[in-house]
Design a protein around this ligand. Structure first.
Ligand code: KIV
Ligand code: ZN
Length: 521
């Protein structure tokens, strides 16, 4: 007997590219969205919510492109409750092998007040819009936004209307992260037991993490009868985020004894996609985050290490390999050769052509000269830090910083700007500020720095620092990242990386700018 015979299948609906990307500052470029969608598909996600097509030209193109490239997953687009949104959504998903339209409207008293509709008027709108969506597409999901604060009678009524109008999945969102596990389970059970036609559709759960209960609420909803979980990688999403995919999937895997459910997720792909989403969104994962945090499998205290050496199960309820972390992380040093580097990179998911390997090997040797022990994280940072560099118009060549207790600090920076070498010296309040001022002197711009973050990739004073910056210019947002053993050099490169991306975006006016918010009705 296989797992599938004994356990109910729970469908995983990933909304990293829609609800996750909607989180202020998490904007991803078109190429990044395609890459994340591909990783989600390879990982076995059942449904990818690829964007909100009416929100911007960029969203439309991303959903449509993802629909065309995706091999296995259902591709879903979001649409508000009006024909224009739904038609645009259908235009974006229609070329996908398996398209889905997801339409929603806020049903709680507070949300009904926004378009100023009474209960009957809203019910009519739901009937008309779901019918319209279903006339276009066989696979329609309907969500009563803020369901957990909607009157139960009214919720039952509108769910029944949506089912009769042809919705195939009914999603019950806890939009503001207000519900608690017992309530989340009871709500789904109540709907399944009382709404006519409920057994014909799949019930989904969509939880936000405002009270830190999104994972618990989603799992409780499944216990109550939901068979689709909506979630994001790393729990990315507005405010405190959404249910984290890695948490619900691993919880059902590890505690299958009390949660007899299974998913189609290849859990060994979790770490790679988590790192990638953190990098492209600029939202670093907190160290003690469940499953994907840097410390999730680290055992520092003496008693833990002793126990671990005798029997890993003493302190570990899952194996690092189960989520894609290899047991031995210390990988290479100065004397490691090209073949070893290629094989290690392949294990980490990077396949390189010979000429690419040659370049990476040079950078690896440079790093190994500065840093004794090279860990997996160092290699990943090395691979990621100079991505897309080939087409960059701005390149950092040399940086010399003068620091001291008596300010101001100064930075002499040489950059290639459209292949012309230029040098400027600037002062600032600290070495990073001085460096950024030197960049501004060389390449004047109006972009505003929204976020500046430094993370040590590994331990030790020779550790590489990964620097992430987020910049905003006329509504366009771009993140930049770089890693180096010198934090100021990494900062300069990350800043310039973001500027390069803004230059690309400027050339595609408005493409990545959201013109409307999904909550504007
Ligand atoms: O949180 C929410 O209610 C949503 C809906 C659009 C499903 O994201
Ligand atoms: Zn949401």
């Amino acid at each position: 007997m296989t797992v599938t015979d004994t356990k109910d299948r729970v469908v995983i609906f990933d909304t990293t590219l829609r609800d996750g990307e909607q989180s202020p500052g998490a904007t991803m470029s078109h190429t990044e969205k395609l890459e994340i969608a591909e990783l989600l598909d390879e990982m076995g996600v059942d449904i990818i919510e690829a964007g909100f097509p009416i929100a911007s030209e960029g969203d439309f193109k991303a959903v449509s492109h993802i629909g065309k490239q995706t091999k296995n997953a259902v591709i879903c687009g979001l649409a508000r409750a009006n024909f224009g949104d739904i038609d645009r959504c259908w235009d974006a998903v229609r070329h996908a092998e398996k398209p889905r339209i997801h339409t929603f409207i806020g049903t709680s008293p507070l949300h009904r007040a926004i378009p100023n509709l009474d209960q009957d008027q809203m019910a009519e709108k739901i009937h008309a819009t779901v019918t319209h969506a279903r006339n276009l597409c066989d696979n329609v999901q309907w969500s009563p936004m803020d369901a957990t604060r909607t009157e139960e009678d009214y919720l039952r009524r509108v769910v029944e209307i949506a089912i009769k109008a042809g919705a195939t999945t009914i999603n019950i969102p806890d939009t503001v992260g207000y519900t608690a596990p017992v309530e989340a389970a009871e709500l789904i059970t109540m709907l399944i037991n009382t709404v006519p036609g409920a057994d014909e559709v799949v019930f989904a759960t969509h939880c936000h993490n405002d009270l830190g209960m999104a994972t618990a609420n989603a799992l409780a909803a499944v216990a109550g009868g939901a068979r689709q979980i909506e979630c994001t990688i790393n729990g990315l999403g507005e405010r405190a985020g959404n249910t984290a995919l890695e948490e619900v999937v691993m919880a059902m895997k590890v505690r299958g004894d009390i949660m007899p459910f299974h998913t189609g997720i290849d859990t060994t792909k979790i770490m790679n996609i988590s790192r990638r989403v953190a990098a492209v969104s600029g939202f670093a994962v907190q160290f003690n985050k469940a499953i994907v945090g840097k410390n999730a499998f680290a055992h520092e205290s003496g008693i833990h290490q002793d126990g671990m050496l005798k029997n890993a199960e003493t302190f570990e309820i899952m194996r690092p390999e189960d989520v894609g972390l290899s047991a031995t992380n210390l990988v290479m040093g100065k004397h490691s050769g090209r073949a070893a580097l290629r094989s290690k990179l392949e294990n980490l998911g990077f396949t390189l052509a010979d000429n690419q390997l040659k370049d990476v090997f040079v950078r690896f040797k440079e790093l190994a000269d500065r840093k004794k022990e090279i860990y997996e994280e160092d290699l990943i940072a090395l691979m990621r830090s100079d991505e897309d560099a080939a087409n960059d118009r701005l390149v950092v060549k040399r940086l010399r910083v003068v620091c001291g207790t008596e300010g101001p600090q100064s930075a002499e920076l040489t950059m290639l700007i459209d292949d012309m070498e230029k040098t400027e010296t600037a002062t600032g309040d600290g070495p990073v500020d001085a460096t950024f001022n030197a960049v501004k002197a060389l390449h004047p711009h109006s972009a505003r720095l929204q976020l500046y973050q430094v993370h040590a990739v590994t331990e030790g004073t020779d550790a590489q620092a990964t620097v992430s910056v987020r910049m905003e210019e006329e509504g366009n947002i771009a993140t930049g990242q770089s890693a180096d053993t010198d934090t100021v050099v990494a900062s300069a490169k990350a800043y310039v990386n973001a500027l390069n991306r803004l230059l690309v975006r400027r050339g595609r006016t408005g493409e990545d700018t959201k013109e409307i918010n999904y909550k504007d009705l």
